[in-house]
Design a protein. Structure first.
Length: 308
């Protein structure tokens, strides 16, 4: 989409509103954003480039108020999501939008990605984007969760896991895996320190990315699904009386000599259609295929004793 040419000159009333409402508040808004994200950020908006999209909305006469409202809405949404997702959320924004610049621009893709507004990260800048026909509409929501999180996930990065995957691991896996590890250790009459739980996140993410699972939101669920596979293992160990039958416990400890329990994504399964367990070189692997990842999780280890 070719951008409209910028206004050659703004009227006196519009320039006054830009000065009073935007330029006079810009430094304070940058300060708020910088304090929120823990590092120095700047805000960029070109009133002459934005004004031609006014469509007789309130931006036609109150362009400065409109720009200010977009930036205030962005700060509010980042604050809300930071409170929800924790301190690492600001770190993610700072890393992915590495230029530490917030801009306001017209959506530049055709067809437009957003009905009213949204955001993306381009050239390291976090961009508030408005639809060319909707300047000044729903200004508070450009950086809401269903816009900002996909923007962070799509941002170029050299990290081995996507933003969605990292966020899922932080939110769904890390707070709960300790309790699951203790359950497994107790069933084996071992201390927690003697047991290794290996989620294989990077290798599994690479395998799933390559195979393109049918679940479109698998990245957002990676941490949760991984946790549930280990919860399913603990459940099956208990159901199959690993903690009660000394012979079964002895057989499991002998087979899994490294006391390591891992999740692995593989192309094919041998013992079941959706998930299975195999023991290799003293490690017990819970295995799943990309196309059935997350299906029948609780039963992946149902043939545990058969493998001993």
């Amino acid at each position: 989409m070719a951008p409209l040419p910028p206004a050659e000159k703004l009227s006196l009333a519009v320039r006054k509103n830009v000065r009073d409402e935007w330029e006079n508040n810009k430094a304070d808004l940058e300060k708020q954003l910088s304090e929120l994200l823990g590092t120095e950020w700047t805000v960029e908006a070109d009133p002459k480039a934005i004004w031609p999209y006014h469509n007789d909305g309130y931006a036609k006469e109150s362009l400065g108020s409109c720009i200010k409202a977009y930036v205030e809405g962005a700060i509010y949404q980042i604050k809300y999501l930071s409170e929800r997702y924790g301190s690492e959320f600001a770190t993610e924004i700072n890393d992915l939008a590495h230029a530490h610049v917030l801009t306001l621009e017209v959506e530049d893709q055709d067809p437009a990605r957003f009905s009213y507004n949204g955001c993306d990260i381009k050239d390291g800048k976090l961009r508030i984007l408005f639809n060319e026909t909707c300047l000044g509409t729903n200004v508070d929501y450009a950086l809401q969760e269903n816009s900002l999180l996909p923007a962070l996930n799509a941002a170029p990065s050299d990290k081995p896991l996507s933003f969605h995957a990292r966020n899922s691991i932080r939110q769904d896996y890390e707070p709960a895996i300790g309790a699951v590890k203790k359950d497994i250790a107790d069933l084996l009459s071992k201390s927690v320190d003697e047991i290794t739980i290996n989620p294989n996140f990077e290798a599994n993410f690479a395998k799933l990315s390559e195979s393109k699972p049918s679940l479109e939101d698998w990245q957002e669920r990676l941490g949760n699904f991984t946790l549930k596979y280990f919860e399913g293992l603990a459940y099956q160990m208990k159901y199959q009386k690993v903690g009660e039958d000394e012979l079964i416990q002895e057989g499991l400890l002998e087979a899994v000599s490294k006391n390591e329990y891992a999740l692995r994504i593989v192309d094919t399964l041998t013992y079941d259609s959706y998930g299975e367990v195999v023991v290799e070189d003293g490690v017990l692997y819970i295995q799943a295929k990309p196309d059935t990842f997350g299906t029948n999780i609780d039963y992946a280890a149902q043939k545990l004793v058969d493998q001993l």
